[in-house]
Write a protein that binds this ligand. Sequence first.
Ligand code: RUB
Length: 311
Amino acid sequence: MLNMNFEDVAKAIESMDIRGAGRIARAGVKAICDVASESTGDLETLLSELEAAKVRILASRPTAISLWNGVQAAMHGIDGMNSPEDVKAKVMANSEAFILRSEKAMETIGRIGAKRIRDGDTVLTHCNSHAALSVIKEAHRQGKKLKVIATESRPWRQGIITVNELTEAGVPVTMIVDSAVRSVMRSVDLVLVGADTITSSGVLINKIGTSQIALIANEARVPFLVCSETYKFSPLSLFGDLVEIEERDRKEIIGDAKVPDSVKVRNPVFDATPPEYIDSIVTDIGMIPPFAAYEVIVKILGHDFIFENRE
Ligand code: RUB
């Protein structure tokens, strides 16, 4: 990862130079770690630097809970410490552990999810998810012959990143516009998508269009799997907080086209898929039903983590 200060990282997340829920979390945590390791101030200065970085990074994109979980994890357990050296050591150790766990989760999810891909399967994926692609690449690495259908994912067209990445890995891939999903679903054996957030009641928040794909897969009886590390589960949802769905600029949709200013253009970039439409969630602790989300939050993220960090 490039050496950037926290303001640069926040800007890169806002502008989507760094994107995808897992990657933004790891970049946000790395930025917090750098603030700690580079600080030369006393305890009060260090704590205020960390707080400023935390606030700025969390404001960069609102929807992916992995960013919030990552930043909280990085700063977990520093309350009550009375030397800057102890705080620095703790934040750096926490951050490294978070990043390592998150990177390892991609491999574990790949290994577990690949078992659900059979030789000859056609897999449909949406947007660009590191976790979902890890599953596809692992199945390919194991020698399974699979084909992928990738959606364009308007307006940012992250599907282009996906098709390039898969082609580079040697996986045959076909790209479709988002509205072609129902037309091709008959030839699909499995849908694999990523997650920005999973709530305590098992609702998936992911790239806009995910919920339509889930409905179409359900109609065609095609299994719909979500690939998600456990840091995508939301402790805040336990307290009743709603997930904020980011809405971005109208320009991302209309580009240079002439559209009168009087026309309202809406650009919500994520949507909500109810648990009834999700067959399983492939996580770093195994394949679980969406209804186990509460247990992941309480048992894996843990009571201390949840209650200490409640704001
Ligand atoms: C990306 C997106 C991805 C999830 C999961 O949206 O919705 O499906 O973030 O990705 P955007 P990952 O491009 O707007 O960030 O599995 O890489 O965490």
